[in-house]
Ligand binder design. Structure first.
Ligand code: HEC
Length: 121
């Protein structure tokens, strides 16, 4: 089975129709619109490759970042930042906690900052 790379609008990628594994269930409604008598409703599965890197953090140490930083925005919001020092990442993580009420356990802050300061993943 070949997989197709579809260029989908961002909003669609976040929709409940796209599962974690990137499986999109498409109901072929065309026959219905063309006339109910023409053909029965067909369901088909389409496999798509989603831009994984903008959905989760990867590599060593990514788990704690995935667990703490994806509740409110995509990983892209974080990954699109320029390379930043540990001090600056520390400020950003504390801003998430203090300003936006991100529920980050105190012991998770250092590993998150370490991971982010290592650059692109
Ligand atoms: C409770 C919700 C929440 C959580 C959890 C959260 N953030 Fe945010 N984050 C926000 C909001 C709100 C913004 C601002 C979005 C905007 O400006 O449109 C933001 C923006 C950002 C930005 C963009 C730059 C900036 O300073 O505004 C970065 C980088 C970022 N978050 C990193 C993180 C990291 C790293 C974590 C994990 C420790 C995290 N966020 C967890 C709510 C959250």
């Amino acid at each position: 089975m070949s997989s197709h790379i579809l260029s989908l609008p961002r909003i669609f990628l976040r929709s409940p129709f796209v599962t974690q594994k990137g499986l999109v269930i498409v109901a072929a409604l065309a026959p219905l619109l063309a006339g109910a008598a023409l053909a029965p409703l067909q369901l088909k599965s389409v496999s798509v490759e989603l831009p994984e890197s903008t959905r989760t953090f990867t590599g060593p140490g990514a788990e704690v970042v995935n667990n703490n930083c994806l509740a409110c925005h995509s990983a892209g919001m974080v990954l699109q930042q320029p390379p930043l020092s540990k001090a600056v990442w520390g400020k950003i993580v504390h801003k998430m906690i203090a300003t936006f009420k991100a529920p980050v356990a105190p012991e998770d802050v250092a590993p998150i900052v370490d991971y982010l300061a290592k650059g692109r993943h």
